[in-house]
Design a binder for this molecule. Sequence first.
Ligand code: SAH
Length: 447
Amino acid sequence: MLIKSQIYEAQITDYTAEGQGVAHIEGCAVFIPNAIAGERVRVRIEKAQKTWAAGKIVEILEKSPHRRNRECPVAKLCGGCDFWHMDYEEETRLKAQRVKDCLNRLGGENLEEIPILAAPTCLGYRNKAQYPVAQKKGRAYAGFFRAGTHTVVENPRCRILPEQTDAVKDIVIDYVNQFRIPVYDEVAHTGLLRHIYVRRGVVSGQILVCLVINGQTLPKWEELVKNLKQVPGFTTLVLSENTRKGNAILGDTFHTLYGPGYIEDTLCGLTFRLSPRSFYQVNHHQAQRLYQAAIDLAKISKTDTVLDLYCGVGTITLAMAAAAGQVIGVEVIPQAVEDAKANAQRNGIENAQFFCGDAGQAALKLEQDGVRPDVVVVDPPRKGLNADTIEALSRMSPKRIVYVSCDPATLARDVALLKARGYTLQTALAADLFPRCAHVESIVLLC
Ligand code: SAH
């Protein structure tokens, strides 16, 4: 076992799923933030267990050619991003490798390399931000949590957000300070304003502001609206009531104070209505490329039935509708299903149906009703597919399954389960929708 507080020399050989460097010292895996594969470092052990340890770099003995000065002044503190200390080439290399390693180790594949759709820019790409609000010496501020804590790190200008989003945040904070709006204290469960949620349509320029409050009403909100109108594109102000303790950001109840309560955006040539509760990929450009890859892999023909499980506001479903005979989307969040139905209508798409429910249960029901899709698209949250969904897929036996994933580990687990039911992996591709952050998307085709 390594000794806490002692300094060791180590060679960084790999990365964790969270993007930390990995070294092996005396047979023990050591996780080291801000380390780059290929570097030799002196590391101080902060936490020591039998098989693993966590450490901090005290000196870099051999620097990677991929090491860069951080472009973001708060990168070391803020838990929002993971990779400002390296160039983008290394970031995309490690992301593609992570997807490949998962598919090989957990999915039983033997892939040599997989391609990655790299992003054209790392800056200003996020169309959504959820800033926690905090208070210091009677002054409110907003930022992002420090990694592994609930300490809010202030960042006047976040590099991965567009400037309009930060401008909205600043206006809300000025309003909070001016009118002494009580800031939420999660330990005492007192105060009002918890989070500032901003979503901006990249094509439409429309901005939705949703304030999450521990209460029912927001004092002087008309004054806030007056000020928000200074930001070009400001469209709507919504309150989300979250009076529960815990980490969930949004509450279940929404009240629209100003505007329609949603914004619109254009994606893959279609327009989408987006409510605050609905999922929408945060990187518009890369989402279009990911969905185009899904369309290409699905090879849909005019008589095909396409089932899109975990469909959100119907982005992939509707982008596939023109090529298909009929498309069916399933989604668990009622607001998103309402958006999806409205989106079919606003785009004049008549061969789409949407159902609200759990993907697995809805798919089993559709199977019992005799639905036999030619193509099934699945795009689940990080936990991947549940047993019902795997069972339904196996019973429906579609010709092609296109699996879009935001967690390569659960993707690989599900690929192995689908292989056990007769499918084989045809194509695998990684896609970078979150430059500077450790998350990676991937997409595979199973036939
Ligand atoms: N394909 C969509 C949404 C993907 S995100 C897009 O790209 O825009 C995953 C979606 O699955 C979210 O909308 C989430 O609300 C939904 N979801 C989560 N659990 C679900 C379940 N058990 N059944 C159906 N949908 C679920």
